[in-house]
Every structure is written in C-alpha cells, then in structure tokens.
Ligand binder design. Structure first.
Ligand SMILES: NC(=O)c1ccc[n+]([C@@H]2O[C@H](COP(=O)([O-])OP(=O)(O)OC[C@H]3O[C@@H](n4cnc5c(N)ncnc54)[C@H](OP(=O)(O)O)[C@@H]3O)[C@@H](O)[C@H]2O)c1
Length: 283
C-alpha cells in the first residue's frame, strides 16, 4: 500500500517551466529582491517559461549581471536599483513598469538586517526592518493590485518566514514583521480571489541564500533542514495558486509550523529558543 501524499507538500523537482501558465502570470513579472538567491532563481525559471522580468534590488552590479543572464534565456529584463527602505522606491518601480502588462509580483527582499534586545535597540535600524517587510511590500502591492484586479488574472507572492510563527529574542521586530506579512496576505487573498488573482505567502525555512552565507549563518548543523534557493524558487512558482499560505521545504518545516502555532505560547516560545541554542551548541 502506498503512503498518501500530504496535499500541503510540493516536490520542487515536479515543477516544469514548460507547463507554467505564462498567460495568467505573464507577460511581465516584477521580482523585488531579484538580483540573487531565490529571487534570481525565480527570474531564471520565469524566463524559461517565456515570462520577462523587472528585477529590483540595491546593488546595480549584481542586478545587471542577473538581468543579463535572464536576457540570455530569450526574454526581456529591466532593472530598478533602489533601496526599498527609502522614500520614493515604490514610485521608481511604478515608473520603470509603466505601460507593461504585469501578471506576477514577487516580493522577495526581506531578510533580517538587525538583531538586538528590545531594551537596547536602535529604533532607526528597527524601522528599516519594518519598512523592508511591511511598508514597502504594502505600497508595492497597493500599486499593482488594481491592475491585477481589473485584468482578472495573475498573482502576488510574498516571501514569509517560519520565524513569523513565534517570537524570537534579539529579533522580535523581524519575526513580528513576518507575522504581520502573513496575516496581511491572508486578507489580501480573500479580497483578490474574488477577482481571479492568486495571492500566496510562501513560508521559507533556512535557505542557503547568498545573504545567509554573507551573514555567516552556520547551516551545516545536524538536524537543521536547509533548502537550496533553486528548490524554493521551483516550489514558489509551483504553488502560486495554493494560497493564502504555502510552507516550503517539506514535511519537517510543515510539522514545525504546526507545532509553533499551538496555544501554549510560553512553553512553545521558550522550548523553541532552547532547541535553537542546543542546535547551535550554545549553553
Ligand atoms: N535565507 C533564509 O534562510 C530565509 C529564511 C526565512 C525567510 N527568508 C525570506 O526569504 C526572502 C529572501 O531572503 P534572502 O536570504 O535571499 O535575503 P534578502 O536580503 O532578503 O534578499 C536578497 C535580495 O533582496 C535584495 N534586497 C535586500 N534588501 C534590499 C533593500 N533594502 N532594497 C532593495 N533590495 C533589497 C537583494 O539585493 P541587494 O542586496 O543588492 O539590495 C537581493 O536581490 C526574505 O524575505 C527573507 O525574509 C529567508
């Protein structure tokens, strides 16, 4: 007897760009945080599916390099070099995409940029975490939502985190911002599905992105479930219509989320922190 497959799971290897619905989600996609890691892999897969991209990130060099690699796959690619935590970034994206038929908006940029106990925190740095994960995605969604709604098809995808399911010491602003994002997306999903537009918050576990590598995060801890950016990209594009929330990275991440969502918050938050310390070998 074969084991039943959990419908909440998605095998990244099963995603084939040839079967991607470029009519619904193309001809253009906007990939915010598209210069590297998961965002760049998404743009490559979209190119293989025949969808052109507008890539948004800060550093012009990597942005242009990724754009050139996207173009070499036979589609168009534009770039917008902006810092999403600065005023005017949404307007710059709006200007660069004027006149384009955008079928898909991916909000990928959002890794944590600041860690400190709340009592010692620098509010300017905390504000950047909130701007990157809350204000900027909301503004960008507000810009593209009317055209997607009026078009009656397309998608909006926001990258979330398992960290958004429970509080974390020294990064409470980041985990709370990711919780905000998920609940915001759930409401947006309800609104947009009435108009045929798919909305999904894709929950990532630990993923071997360039940002994590640069941050020096030890991802080779036994027992830690680490995903590769290309697999997350495949799973993201394969589950756009499985909103409001899809958990990436297989059964281990799914079980972790179920456990993290329990009622006994003190026990859950404290034992998650203890387990993370043990995984890292801290005392
Ligand atoms: N990697 C993980 O283990 C992990 C785990 C859970 C959730 N996630 C989520 O997955 C998403 C991607 O994470 P990531 O690890 O790849 O790191 P990331 O720094 O959020 O994403 C990288 C992309 O975003 C751009 N970016 C970052 N900050 C920006 C800013 N202020 N303005 C404009 N562009 C910006 C980067 O280019 P520039 O640096 O040139 O701007 C790059 O293209 C995030 O939302 C993160 O919260 C990741």
């Amino acid at each position: 007897m074969s084991t039943p497959v959990n419908p909440k799971l998605f095998d990244p290897a099963s995603f084939d760009p040839a079967n991607f619905d470029a009519t619904t989600y193309g001809p253009w996609a906007v990939v915010v945080g598209g210069s590297e890691g998961v965002g760049a892999e998404i743009a490559f897969l979209l190119a293989d599916a025949g969808v052109s991209s507008v890539l948004v990130a800060r550093k012009p060099g990597p942005l242009e390099e990724t754009a050139e690699a996207v173009r070499s796959r036979g589609v168009e690619c534009r770039t917008v070099s902006v810092d999403l935590t600065e005023a005017g970034s949404t307007e710059a994206i709006a200007t660069a995409t004027e006149g384009l038929e955008v079928g898909l908006v991916i909000l990928n940029a959002g890794a944590n940029t600041y860690g400190a106990p709340v009592a010692d925190s620098d509010m300017a740095e905390v504000r950047k975490v909130m701007d990157l994960n809350i204000t900027s995605p909301m503004e960008i969604i507000r810009h593209f939502a009317p055209q997607l709604r009026d078009r009656g098809r397309g998608g909006i995808v926001v990258m979330g985190s398992m960290a958004g399911y429970l509080g974390h010491a020294d990064m409470s602003a980041y985990s709370a911002a990711k919780a905000f994002s998920r609940v915001f997306v759930e409401g947006l999903w309800l609104e947009m599905r009435e108009h045929g537009v798919d909305v999904c918050e894709v929950i990532l576990g630990v993923t071997r992105t360039p940002a994590m590598i640069r941050a020096g995060l030890d991802m080779d801890i036994p027992g830690m479930n680490v995903s590769e950016p290309v697999d997350v990209a495949r799973e993201t594009l394969g589950t756009i219509d499985r909103g409001p929330v899809h958990v990436c990275g297989g059964e281990q991440n799914l079980k972790q989320i179920e456990w993290s969502s329990g009622i006994d918050r003190g026990r859950i938050v404290a034992s998650a922190a203890k387990r993370m310390k043990a995984l890292r070998g801290d005392n």
